[in-house]
Write a new protein. Structure first.
Length: 234
C-alpha cells in the first residue's frame, strides 16, 4: 500500500482550545457526522446543535459557515478517496486498479448521504477543497492512462466519463438506500463492463470536455449557495 497521502487540512484554531471548548467542538463534529450522513448536505444545523447539546451560536463560533463545517467533516473522506486512487495506481493489474478505485469511490458515496451530494454537485471552491479536487483529478487521469496503456480500458473514454458513474450512482443510491442499500454495486459492475476494451463498440457522442463538466456541475449545484456560505436561518 502506498504511503498515506498528505494534503493541507481545514484550518484549526491557532492555539489549543480550552477543555470545554474542545469538548463542544468534538460533540458538534460527532453530531454533524451522523446528521449529514443521514440527511445530506441540507441537514439542519439547529438539529446538530441540539444533538451536540450546545447552542446554535456555539456551532457558529467553531464553524462560521455551513461550508466550513462540511469542509472539515469530509476532509477525511477525501483523504480516503486519494488513498484509494494511489493504491489503484500502485497495482500491477491496471484493470484491477481501475475497478478498485471506482468501487471505493462508490462505497464512500453509498455510506454517507452528504458525501453523495458533495461529489455529485459543484460547491463553493475554497483552497483546501480545490487542492483535493485537483489531486483527485490528477490521480484519476493516471488510473485511466495506466489502464489504457495495458489495453484493458477502451481507448475512446476519458476521465470525464467518470462523472456519468458518479451522477448515476448518486441517484441510484438515493432511490434504493432504504430498500436495497447495496443495489449500487450491480449498477457499478454493469458500468464497468461498458468501460472494458473487449467488445467495445463505437460511441455515438464524444466525451464531455472538462469545461462541459464544469458547466453541468454549475447547473446542478446547490440552488442557494448562501445555504453553504452563510449562517443557518432555520
Amino acid at each position: 500500500m502506498s504511503p498515506r497521502p498528505t494534503l493541507p487540512t481545514p484550518e484549526t484554531p491557532a492555539k489549543p482550545l480550552r477543555r470545554d471548548a474542545q469538548r463542544n467542538r468534538d460533540a458538534i463534529m460527532t453530531a454533524a457526522r451522523e446528521a449529514f450522513a443521514e440527511q445530506g448536505l441540507d441537514a439542519s444545523l439547529e438539529g446538530v446543535a441540539r444533538q451536540a447539546g450546545v447552542a446554535i451560536g456555539t456551532v457558529y463560533r467553531h464553524f462560521p459557515t455551513r461550508f466550513a463545517l462540511i469542509e472539515e467533516l469530509f476532509a477525511a473522506k477525501f483523504m480516503d478517496l486519494l488513498q484509494a486512487a494511489e493504491d489503484a495506481i500502485a497495482l500491477d493489474d491496471a484493470w484491477q486498479g481501475f475497478c478498485h478505485y471506482l468501487e471505493r469511490f462508490c462505497e464512500l458515496q453509498a455510506g454517507d448521504c452528504a458525501f453523495n451530494d458533495l461529489v455529485a454537485a459543484r460547491l463553493p471552491t475554497h483552497a483546501i477543497s480545490r487542492q483535493m479536487d485537483e489531486r483527485v483529478r490528477e490521480l484519476t487521469g493516471q488510473i485511466f492512462r495506466n489502464a489504457q496503456r495495458q489495453g484493458v480500458l477502451r481507448a475512446d473514454v476519458t476521465p470525464e466519463d467518470i462523472v456519468f458513474i458518479i451522477w448515476s450512482q448518486a441517484g441510484i443510491i438515493r432511490a434504493t438506500r432504504t430498500v436495497a442499500p447495496t443495489a449500487w454495486r450491480r449498477h457499478l459492475y454493469l458500468m464497468l463492463d461498458a468501460f472494458r476494451a473487449d467488445g467495445a463498440h463505437e460511441l455515438p457522442e464524444p466525451a464531455l470536455t472538462p469545461q462541459q463538466v464544469e458547466q453541468t456541475l454549475r447547473a446542478i449545484e446547490c440552488p442557494e449557495e448562501e445555504c453553504l456560505e452563510c449562517p443557518e436561518k432555520d
